[in-house]
Design a protein around this ligand. Structure first.
Ligand code: HEC
Ligand code: HEC
Ligand code: HEC
Length: 472
């Protein structure tokens, strides 16, 4: 295995040199990058595009990249490392080769395996040039912080970091991004941004039982716990084939396309911290890429999720189940109508969005509607704060019970959305406790099964060795 890696590295660096891209050791780089402001700026942009800060900066005023953020998992917290250039607490002693191995192969400077809470399976696609720029940025611009991040301590067998080797052997595709010559330069650029850096696929592509992405299902939609990252393939019924390129561009830049969809939860965070800061050309490239992935149709869908509903009459009274509706309607007028209006048409300036022709309300699963009611919307884009209060425990507006959320949700569904979808109190309870908080939903969802998988393989191997010894 080491031999293979060594060869791959040689080929890579050989190619890099052939292209005139300097391959160099950390020492050579230090002299080089110091004078190369453009390289450092490029690294800074890449760190934003890849959203390194999402995990490596603790929320509520944590020092940039000093780590300390605990990714909650049922096995215990996994702490993101301090990746400032501190020599005592961070990665100040990392050479570029060590940095590259950590980011693209999940192997720390001291040789230990990282847990896949660090998304190295995505970053494996990063080019050498981009790793070089990231390294320059982290060593020359990020300010060193000499405070150690908390140490991750998981119970046996998950504390055996080398067990990740087995999962890696199966699922880490350690090959760099390769442009598809049959596609335009723009589509290839978009694919690189979407997969290696923006990693749309980590959220929107479904995973198998070992939590590796399922081939052929790219961007076909996946549950992240409380939220669903919908099907965004170009299928006109199940995906976003009815969106224009401008709609998709606008969504990624602002999170709001009136009459179609708004971004809350993990998507809002990705837009706020990463996508809104990309150049327009890069966003257009992502759009070009997303619009040409193979369309995926779900037989259960009959029409696009943003095509349901009209401004309300009293239709719901006829369609809805009596009894539940009363409470739902009452809650709607008390808790929602002030902003979304009694007829669901939102405010004139569309700051408060309309609820008909709204993807969260027309989807064939109610998860995102429930999650929105519980958690609200909180997104700062282009200096504007978009805010809807949540109605879960601790809400300063109104604490709704599971049954209340189901009732008001059902009212919204029958009145403005997909009337075939029904919400039960149990659905709400499950979303309420539905796993990870938005910020890290994308890793929380798969880290644990991945580690369980690796641990099972490890225990099976230990079992085999023990069995053999007994025989002998
Ligand atoms: C989704 C969360 C997440 C994102 C995004 C992320 N990381 Fe990490 N990273 C982690 C976690 C968690 C660890 C520690 C894992 C462990 O202890 O096994 C880690 C570890 C590392 C390490 C190893 C440092 C050490 O010595 O322990 C490096 C280097 C690193 N990350 C760099 C980066 C860079 C560069 C980016 C952006 C390109 C990035 N990370 C983005 C979660 C993340
Ligand atoms: C951290 C997880 C995450 C990442 C990364 C992510 N998405 Fe999303 N995305 C979501 C979730 C969750 C929603 C649903 C948001 C809502 O309804 O408020 C969503 C919604 C969307 C929608 C709206 C679809 C609809 O009908 O409502 C589009 C389009 C979209 N994402 C495209 C992308 C693209 C393109 C990328 C990569 C550049 C991307 N997303 C990256 C989680 C993510
Ligand atoms: C204080 C004003 C306010 C109240 C009260 C309010 N909302 Fe909202 N709502 C908003 C704002 C602001 C947005 C996000 C707009 C954007 O993203 O551009 C939003 C978005 C939504 C969305 C779309 C979310 C998505 O992910 O696509 C739904 C659905 C929704 N609200 C339903 C409700 C329901 C149901 C209630 C009552 C339980 C409610 N809202 C109460 C202001 C409000």
């Amino acid at each position: 295995m080491i031999g293979k890696r060594g060869r791959a590295a040689r080929v890579r660096y050989g190619l890099g040199a052939a292209l005139g891209v300097m391959s160099m050791t950390g020492i050579a780089l230090a002299q080089d990058a110091g004078g190369d402001a453009a390289l450092v700026a490029r690294g800074s942009y890449l760190a934003t595009a890849a959203d390194c800060a999402a995990c490596h900066t603790a929320p509520h005023g944590g020092k940039p990249f000093a780590g300390g953020y605990g990714i909650a998992s049922p096995l215990g917290s996994i702490y993101a490392s301090n990746i400032t250039p501190s020599k005592v607490a961070g990665i100040g002693n990392y050479t570029e080769a060590q940095f590259s191995r950590a980011v693209r192969e999940g192997i720390r400077g001291d040789g230990a395996h990282l847990y896949p809470a660090m998304p190295y399976t995505s970053y494996a696609k990063l080019t050498d040039q981009d790793i070089h720029a990231l390294y320059a940025y982290f060593t020359h611009e990020v300010r060193p912080v000499d405070e150690r991040a908390p140490v991750t301590q998981l119970p046996f067998p998950f504390n055996l970091r080398f067990s990740m080797m087995f999962w890696n052997a199966l699922y880490l595709d350690n090959s760099r991004f390769a442009p598809d010559p049959s596609k335009s330069a723009e589509v290839n650029r978009g694919a690189y941004l979407a997969i290696a850096l923006g990693h749309c696929d980590t959220c929107h592509t479904p995973r198998n039982v070992m939590m590796a992405e399922i081939g052929g299902k790219e961007l076909g939609g996946a549950s992240l716990g409380s939220w669903i990252a919908p099907n965004v393939t170009p299928d006109p019924v199940s995906g976003i084939g009815n969106w224009s390129s401008d709609d998709l561009f606008r969504y990624l830049k602002t999170g709001d396309v009136p009459g179609k969809a708004q971004a809350a939860g993990p998507m809002a965070e990705a837009i706020e911290h990463s996508f809104q800061h990309l150049t327009d050309d890069d966003l257009k490239a992502i759009v070009a890429y997303v619009r040409q992935v193979p369309a995926i149709r779900d037989g259960a869908d009959s029409r696009p999720r943003d095509s349901f509903g009209v401004a309300s009459g009293r239709e719901a009274v006829i369609r809805g189940a009596p009894g539940t509706l009363d409470n739902g309607e009452k809650l709607f007028s008390g808790d929602c109508a002030a902003c979304h209006q009694p007829g669901g048409q939102g405010s004139k300036d569309a700051y408060y969005p309309q609820l008909f022709h709204n993807a969260a309300v027309g989807a064939s699963t109610p998860d995102n509607l429930i999650a929105t009611i519980l958690e609200g919307v909180d997104r700062t884009v282009g200096g504007q704060h978009v805010f809807m209060p949540g109605f879960s425990r601790g809400s300063y507006v109104d604490e709704l019970s599971d049954q209340d959320v189901a009732d008001v949700g059902n009212y919204v569904l029958t009145q403005f959305g997909n009337p075939a979808v029904k919400i039960s109190a149990a659905d709400v309870a499950s979303i309420r406790h539905g796993g990870p908080k938005p910020l890290l939903a994308r890793v929380g969802g798969y880290i644990v099964p991945a580690m369980v998988g690796a641990a099972i393989v490890l225990l099976a191997l230990i079992g085999l060795v023990v069995a053999r010894r007994r025989k002998a």
